[in-house]
Design a protein around this ligand. Structure first.
Ligand SMILES: [Zn+2]
Length: 437
């Protein structure tokens, strides 16, 4: 039996994965997903785990593999471990380093996907390969899924797999993936590791106002531009009432306890400003949100157009979908209607059970000052797709981060990078986790 070193390959794999430009341009397609999938497949194949490639469309490739090592308890349902291989685009001229260079400089791996989420893909490959080589089975069977198209809403990746090949994952009872498990230093002697147990639902809306077209010099009491502008302003200025989800409450309790402060809707961001951009996310998870994002109307200054169109990015707390739509309807008024541009479910599970205990234990074993806490994510992930198959989903991609790193700002941000020490820490935590999960 070889010596164990689950972190041995994590830095090089992260770096190599970043060098595949897997930019996802949404409706304009993507590139590199097949090459990244083939790379992942080759790393699994090399240790005797058979990979299967699935393409929703040409070159939109996802990888699925079943790792059922001798010695694991095959009577248990598999654990789904999932990561996406696509990334959001990057404008190289904005960056200090080549966003697709995967350079390792000053203790960081630099590049698009370093935290979202080639870091975790690399951890999974490094850990699983090490366990195979050193003959250490996981406690239960593991289903590995590496998806395309997460960054455009998962339609050609996880959602497609869940709809067209549900049997590939529907026997899994629980799943881990993004976005969670990273540390937030709240005191010198305390790091909270944020495990995602819930995520908001998505309601991207197209707003449409129809009115009476006419000459710009005439009176017009049915002006589509005015109607739309008024509705957009009402939505943008609306103060959504607090809807504190249990995951949010647990997280706020931990923060209040650690910092000795009281947090409320109006002061949360200011109070937590020293924690970096995560304060904005915490603010956003106190309530539903709806941000106007687009406006289009007209073609000439002296012509009143018959139609004005806008868009709103709405996000609702688990359990608050009906209230969200009722409120939007009221704010729109009689003259403006909406169509759904993209609607996806909210996800939630409880922060309890054996899997959660395994998270707590594996974090505590690697960081004596670390504590796992649940939280509610304001954005969406592939978990939405898996949860439609009844799988309990957790965001758990462990990373111990330096206290001064504004981690959440790196997601889709310029100069995205991850400390090599954090990657190695994550691999060690994931390795321990697999003993008990
Ligand atoms: Zn991601």
């Amino acid at each position: 039996m070889n010596d164990r070193n689950p972190a041995a390959e994590v830095v090089s794999f992260c770096s190599e994965l970043i060098r595949f430009d897997t930019s996802n341009y949404g409706p304009d397609g993507s590139k590199g997903e097949r090459e990244a999938a083939e790379y992942v497949a080759s790393k699994l194949d090399a240790v005797g785990i058979e990979p299967f490639l699935y393409e929703s469309e040409q070159r939109r490739t996802s990888v699925v593999a079943n790792w059922e090592p001798d010695g694991c308890d095959k009577s248990l349902p598999p654990l789904l471990i999932h990561g996406h291989t696509d990334v959001v685009p990057a404008i190289a001229s904005d960056w200090q380093r080549d966003p697709f260079g995967g350079e390792v400089v000053d203790g960081y791996v630099w590049g698009r996907g370093a935290v979202d989420m080639k870091d975790f893909d690399a951890m999974v490959l490094s850990v699983v390969r090490d366990r195979v080589r050193s003959g250490r089975p996981s406690r239960r069977p593991i289903r590995l899924v590496f998806t395309a198209d997460e960054e455009a809403g998962s339609k050609l990746g996880a959602t497609w797999l869940a709809q067209h090949h549900p049997d590939l994952v529907s026997d899994c009872s629980e799943a881990i993936g993004e976005v969670g498990g990273f540390s937030l230093t709240v005191r010198d002697d305390l790091r909270l590791y944020l495990v995602q147990t819930a995520e908001k639902g998505i309601a991207w809306l197209k707003l449409i106002a129809d009115g009476r077209a006419g000459h710009g010099s005439m009176r017009n009491d049915d002006n589509a531009v005015s109607a739309l502008a008024a509705a957009v302003a009402r939505i943008g200025e609306y103060r959504w009432p607090d809807r504190i989800h249990p995951a949010q409450q647990a997280f706020l309790d931990e923060l209040e306890d650690a910092l000795g402060v009281r947090l409320n809707h109006d002061t949360v961001e200011e109070t937590l400003a020293s924690l970096g951009s995560i304060s904005r996310m915490i603010g956003a998870t106190m309530s539903n949100t709806a941000n106007p994002t687009m406006l289009t109307a007209g073609y000439k200054a002296n012509v009143i157009p018959s139609r004005a169109v806008g868009a709103v990015d709405g996000r609702y707390i688990p359990g608050c979908k009906a209230e969200f739509y009722e409120t939007i309807q009221g704010l729109l008024g009689d003259k403006v209607r909406f169509e759904a541009l993209h609607d996806d479910i909210a996800v939630e599970t409880e922060f309890s059970g054996a899997l959660v205990e395994a998270m707590r234990a594996s974090i505590a074993a690697e960081d004596a000052q670390g504590r796992a806490v649940p939280y509610l994510l304001s954005a969406g992930t592939d978990a939405k797709a898996w949860s439609t198959l009844g799988i309990r989903c957790f965001g758990f991609t462990p990373l111990r981060l330096p206290p001064d790193l504004d981690f959440t700002a790196l997601f889709h941000g310029v100069d995205e990078r991850v400390p090599t020490e954090s990657l190695e820490f994550g691999a060690r935590v994931l390795d321990r986790f697999l003993d008990e999960a």
